[in-house]
Design a protein around this ligand. Structure first.
Ligand code: SAM
Length: 278
């Protein structure tokens, strides 16, 4: 069993400090492995080049996390599904910046054994569902940055969180939503920006026609997505869940109190703070 400290992990009865530990996976299933494998290329792409719109959301989420943590000191933070980059996640930069002042412990958790040696922060390689058996420490804050929809069973994930949660702990979540109007808002923002980048009338007429055609295609795409959502069918090969405003509220209310809910305009992203029920 390991205790978490600011710079890593200390195993029972030993004084050796480890910067990362591998806890093995007892709880995998085939479908989860398939989705992880399918997602890997995208994770690698994003690790080497973060698109501008995602970078902006990372910055916003960084500020949102900082506000949710407030001035709390000496707390343990677990970033569940922290990803594969060696560097601190963009959204955890304020945690990093104030770590000397706050003495807060930040630990990343991810099952993908990539960049384990060179991580700038302590890392547990493994699944949330397996953590309890390996740690004697518990946590006050759990971050789910676009990782909640990668869990096959939200109840199992929340029960695993509860086993390693201190009283009064919070979840800070960023998730994509799939309500047709929000998906349209995201696609529309991009379309309209492109439409008006040039005011040359010929270019405008060309782009206007293209936009009208894409609006029709998007309508058909959104109808199909809504049908899939209603039938509980997968929208892609990467995720287990396709939350909507209503479903993410319902899921989270079963485990805690939603203290903050911020849908980011022009995107289909939502940030949430949920205080866990004990
Ligand atoms: C979309 S990535 C998010 C990476 C990072 N948090 C970010 O926002 O850039 C989702 C992450 O969740 C991880 N993940 C999937 N299933 C998990 C599980 N059962 N326990 C912990 N992490 C998991 C994946 O390995 C992946 O790195």
């Amino acid at each position: 069993m390991y205790k978490v400290v600011k710079d890593g992990f200390i195993q029972d009865c030993k004084n050796e400090l480890k910067t990362y530990i591998e806890i093995g996976s007892k709880t995998t299933n085939d479908e989860w492995v398939l989705k992880q494998t399918a997602s890997l290329d995208e994770y690698k792409d994003h690790a080497s080049h973060i698109p501008h719109n995602i970078k902006v959301l990372y910055d916003l989420f960084d500020g949102y996390i900082a506000k949710a943590i407030g001035g709390k000191k000496d707390i343990n933070i677990l970033d569940i599904g922290c990803g594969i980059r060696s560097e601190w996640p963009h959204y955890a930069r304020t945690i990093k910046e104030y770590q000397t002042l706050t003495n807060n412990v930040y630990i990343g958790l991810d099952p993908l054994p990539i960049n384990t040696d060179g991580r700038e922060y302590p890392l547990i390689v493994g699944r949330l569902e397996d953590v309890k058996n390996q740690l004697i420490s518990s946590f006050d804050v759990f971050i789910f940055s676009t990782s909640l929809d990668h869990f096959e069973n939200i109840s199992d994930a929340m029960n695993a969180v509860k086993k390693i949660a201190n009283p009064n702990s919070i979840l800070i979540i960023w998730s994509g939503l799939h309500d047709p109007a929000l998906v349209a808002e995201q696609a529309g923002a991009d379309n309209f920006r492109k439409l008006y980048t040039s005011l040359n009338p010929i270019i405008f007429i060309f782009r206007f026609t293209k936009t009208i055609i894409s609006i029709l295609f998007n309508y058909a795409r959104l109808l199909k997505r809504r049908l899939y959502l209603l039938k509980n069918k997968s929208l892609d090969k990467f995720h287990f869940h396709y939350f909507t405003e209503r479903s993410i509220h319902a899921e989270m209310k079963a485990f805690g109190v939603v203290e903050s809910y911020l849908q980011i305009p022009g995107t289909n992203s939502v940030f949430m703070v949920v205080r866990l029920k004990s």
